[in-house]
Structures are given as C-alpha cells and as structure tokens.
Ligand binder design. Structure first.
Ligand code: KMH
Ligand code: ZN
Length: 304
C-alpha cells in the first residue's frame, strides 16, 4: 500500500441493510438522499457510495429510474465522486443488482468479492417495531440467505464496468475475498491502483478485532504490495474504532448510515454528515489531512 498521502473519506449514505423504522434519520426519499449526500460531501466525504430506495416504503430498489431521481442533482451540486452499488441488497439477484451501474456508468461502483452468509437477524433483538412488513421479513429471511457473488458474477460486473470506464470499490469481507481479488488481478482483469474496501464486523464476514484488521492489511500488503489503496468500513458499533485503527496505519475510511446508524453508544446519528464530521476530527487529531474529491480521483485514477 502506498504511504504518506491524504485520507479518502467515503460516505455510504443509505444502503440496503438498515430499514426506515430503525432510525428517523435514515435517508429514504430522493430529496433526503440528496440533502444528506451534499451535507456529507461538504463535511469532507470525497466519495459518496449510493443506493436507492422506494420513497413510500423505504425498500431498497435497483431500478435505475430511482437513481435518476437524485444523481443529476448530485452531479450538478457537488464535485464528490459518485459510487453506485452493485451489491444492492443481498436479497436481490445479481442481474438486478448491476442495472444502475451498467446503465448509468458511474466513476466508481462497488464490487463484492465473494459469496457469504449475511446475518441481519440479530438486529431483531434491538429493533422490534416496524412500520412496513418488508422490514421484519428482510431481517428474518437473512437466517437462510446467501449473498451470492460467484466468480462468474464478479467477472461479469468487472467486464461491464471496465468497458464503461467505471473503476471499483472492491468490498472484501474476509480473507478469502482478498484472494479472489488477487485471482482477478493475476488474470489481468483489475488494474492498479485499485481501492480495496475491507469490511469488518458483519455477521458472516470477518470480525472487528484489531487482530482482524491487522490480518486483512497484512494479507492485502502481501498480495498486492503498492498496487492497492486500502480503506476500511466497520459495521455498527465497530465503525469508529476500526476507522481509528486503519487511519493510524495509513488507511482510508468509509462511514455513513449504510454501515452504522450510530454516532456513539446508544445514540443515533442525526445525519451522515455527523459521522463524517466525527471521523474528520479523529483524522485531524492524528494530524492527517483529508483528500478532496479531485485528490481522490488522482489517487484512484478515475475517469472524472
Ligand atoms: N453494506 C455494506 C457492508 C454494496 O453496496 O455493494 C456493503 C456494501 C455492498 O456496500
Ligand atoms: Zn452499499
């Protein structure tokens, strides 16, 4: 991993994991997604990782029309790098998941680097009242859910995105996903420098212990050397401590309400910008500078 550079903050604004009844601050409508995204960018996020939701129910959707309701405004009002999900929701098919990135040809798209269990059902212990039926079902169904990302799926998304000039946020939830990425690098389907988003603390993936963070970094360093840009995402209560561990070792950081609804133990974050601001002070406390969107573009060699 290259050293001594500015820190890229990504903000994952709404995602497909949390549901509207869990937090009144989760952006759902296009207007809410726009406002939260612009505020997060203003607070220091260079990259906005975006999903869309049905404005009436908050249910995740990969209909490109839903993305078209907020993307033009974001393009016009912020210079931030726009990163569209190809993960969608783990309940969706891969064909459905990749539609927005295939049609809208973003600078960056996420790419999930392996199949895994994706356990959302423990959230049923904390959240008990749901406005919409889909919310409880979405959590219950995760007891028997495989988030499917086969080699064929990954190759297909890689090829379609690369043909469009889209670069990737390679989401790696466990050590094997780093090896899967190394396989595609070896086959010449991924070019340096590439962004590796190591994900910690999801049920079904690696934990969020400092040893887990160290192990993922060590493995990525060994497999990729200077060819990769390292970023971390800690899920839920792990968000800021994983951020601090990685930042202290030259990593970049993703925050946002997709990954955690919280700003402190037991306290809901009132906005995405609140998490970006908290992260920013943590970084500045470590005498680290935050990358602008154009600096992030240069580091990641994006099409702009
Ligand atoms: N929800 C995150 C843990 C994607 O959009 O491709 C993973 C994610 C998946 O961001
Ligand atoms: Zn996502």
């Amino acid at each position: 991993m290259p050293s001594s550079r500015k820190v890229i903050i990504s903000c994952a604004v709404t995602g497909a994991i949390h549901t509207p009844s869990m937090s009144p601050h989760l952006p759902v409508t296009p207007e809410e997604i726009i406002q939260d995204s612009l505020d997060a960018a203003e607070a220091g996020a260079a990259i906005l990782h975006l999903h869309a939701r049905d404005p009436d129910t908050g249910k995740p959707t990969q209909d490109p029309e839903a993305f078209r309701k907020f993307l033009p405004r974001l393009k016009q009002a912020t210079g931030a790098v726009l990163n569209l999900t190809t993960g969608g929701s783990p309940h969706m098919t891969v064909a459905e998941r990749m539609r927005p990135a295939a049609e809208l040809k973003p600078e960056v798209a996420s790419l999930n680097m392996g199949s895994m269990n994706f356990g959302l059902y423990p959230m049923l212990d904390r959240f008990k009242a749901f406005t919409h039926d889909w919310e409880r079902q979405h959590l219950e169904a995760s007891r028997d859910l495989v988030f499917k990302n086969t080699f064929a799926d990954i190759q297909h998304i890689l090829e379609v995105g690369t043909a469009n000039g889209t670069r990737f946020e390679f989401e790696c939830y466990d050590t094997s996903h780093l090896y899967n990425l190394a396989h595609f690098v070896d086959r010449g389907l991924v070019q340096a420098p590439f962004l590796v988003q190591t994900v910690f603390g999801l049920l079904g993936g690696i934990g969020a212990h400092p040893e887990d963070v160290a192990h993922m970094k060590r493995t990525a360093d060994r497999l990729f050397g200077d060819a990769y840009i390292w970023s971390v995402l800690g899920a839920g209560r792990n968000q800021m401590n994983v951020a601090a561990q990685a930042a202290a070792q030259g990593g970049n950081v993703r925050v946002g309400l997709e990954d955690s609804l919280w700003i402190a133990p037991g306290q809901l974050a009132e906005s995405n910008a609140a998490q970006v601001t908290k992260l920013r002070s943590l970084l500045e406390g470590l005498s680290l500078e935050v990358a602008t969107p154009d600096e992030a573009r240069a580091m990641l060699v994006l099409k702009g």
